[in-house]
Design a protein around this ligand. Structure first.
Ligand SMILES: Cc1cc2nc3c(=O)[nH]c(=O)nc-3n(C[C@H](O)[C@H](O)[C@H](O)COP(=O)(O)OP(=O)(O)OC[C@H]3O[C@@H](n4cnc5c(N)ncnc54)[C@H](O)[C@@H]3O)c2cc1C
Length: 267
């Protein structure tokens, strides 16, 4: 990214689910910000090739992102799924499957390419009886208990609840699973439920973040009042939160099981 001074920069996003749905865009916006600050952006043609059909799955965050797409003059290509790359020849191929149109394959030249690969569960899970047809551990999305095997619970990216695969989600899932296992040991039904919370801090420029926080069905679940951090707008405070405040919370509170804000909802 630092080495590119002119030419075409491609950024790709594979089909969902992926870790932190906005992650491929984070690197794109930060690269564009770097090229803006170093005054070379006028010589760089940035293209985003997304296998999906929208910029971000939760519509409330799209307007803020679109402003950055415009600011950095990024070319958007939806329904473009990366299928092959020839690095030395600097060529990439995308399968384009737009609704109601035959699938076609297009070739795109590039000078720099940032690839986000398609993602799947580890083989030892995908090949096991725990997995659903797509390979993820098959759980009830509220109590996180396995749908077939009563003595198994699952959390984190490996399971199939329809939340955004983020560490922020695992942080909320851990106490739910802990509560429900303890209840089960005591011969009681599940007591806690997970609401699908996940968070994707979209780094739209150095020093500013669009802090997407949402749960099942795309319901917004902000952790802060909007006068403090309005998640639908780029915010300096959200950057500060991620850079300075979250690391100690992660190491000192979350990993030690002392995170008061992650208290689960009772069933
Ligand atoms: C670029 C990027 C940016 C992200 N940004 C954010 C963010 O800002 N906020 C956020 O909340 N989340 C973010 N995420 C998502 C976050 O990293 C994941 O959701 C989180 O790490 C999931 O935790 P996990 O423990 O479920 O899975 P993982 O972190 O994937 O851990 C699984 C572990 O299992 C190990 N493993 C695999 N196979 C085996 C085996 N056979 N035996 C033993 N061990 C094995 C792996 O090595 C790995 O260490 C981001 C992800 C990426 C890639």
């Amino acid at each position: 990214m630092s080495g590119l001074k002119e030419g075409k920069a491609l950024f790709t996003q594979p089909p969902m689910p992926i870790k932190c749905a906005g992650a491929p865009q984070k690197s794109m916006y930060l690269s564009a910000d770097h090229w803006t600050r170093t005054n070379v952006i006028k010589n760089i043609d940035i293209e985003f090739h997304n296998a999906g059909g929208v910029l971000f799955g939760i519509k409330d965050y799209v307007p803020a992102l679109e402003k950055y797409i415009e600011k950095y003059s990024i070319g958007l290509n939806f329904h473009h799924n990366l299928v092959a790359v020839d690095g030395p020849a600097r060529k990439a191929w995308f399968e384009v499957s737009k609704p109601d149109l035959p699938v076609e394959r297009v070739e795109v030249d590039f000078d720099m390419m940032h690839v986000t690969p398609p993602q799947c569960a580890p083989d030892f899970i995908a090949a096991s009886p725990l997995a659903d047809r797509a390979g993820w551990v098959d759980v009830d999305q509220a109590n996180l208990r396995h749908k077939t095997y009563d003595n198994i619970w699952s959390l984190g990216d490996v399971m199939n609840a329809p939340n955004a695969k983020t560490a922020a989600a695992a942080r909320k899932q851990a106490p739910v699973v802990a509560d429900n296992i303890i209840a089960d040991i005591r011969g009681r039904p599940a007591v806690s439920q997970y609401d699908g919370y996940g968070s994707c801090p979209l780094t739209v420029e150095r020093g500013k973040i669009v802090l997407a926080e949402f749960g099942y069905g795309g319901a917004l679940q902000p952790s802060f009042p909007s006068w403090l951090i309005d998640g639908t707008q780029p915010s300096r405070l959200a950057w500060l939160l991620k850079e300075k405040i979250l690391p100690p919370i992660y190491w000192q509170a979350m990993l030690k099981g002392r995170e008061w804000l992650a208290k689960p909802e009772k069933l």
